[in-house]
Design a protein. Sequence first.
Length: 100
Amino acid sequence: MEIDRNSLAEHQAEICKTFSNPTRILILWTLSKEELCVGEIANAVNASIQNTSHHLRIMKDKGILNARREGQTIFYAIHDRDLVKSLLNKCPENSEEAVF
């Protein structure tokens, strides 16, 4: 079965767009150490819970984050740490120690 290169390229472009928002990068940095709930993430990135939830939903829908429910609380974690690590550490301002 042949892979549809156009569909694959479109999917990869969508993933790249997800990483183009600074708040989402801050969220990824925050989640690089441990899974957290929305309120903890919002506090760490200095954003409202509503705004943070919006970004988390986008990243979850793209397969970048996992979410698990514990009672009424939803915890978020990075789905593919190797992928996120390689992408974020391409920025010259970041050292591996600072991000992961």
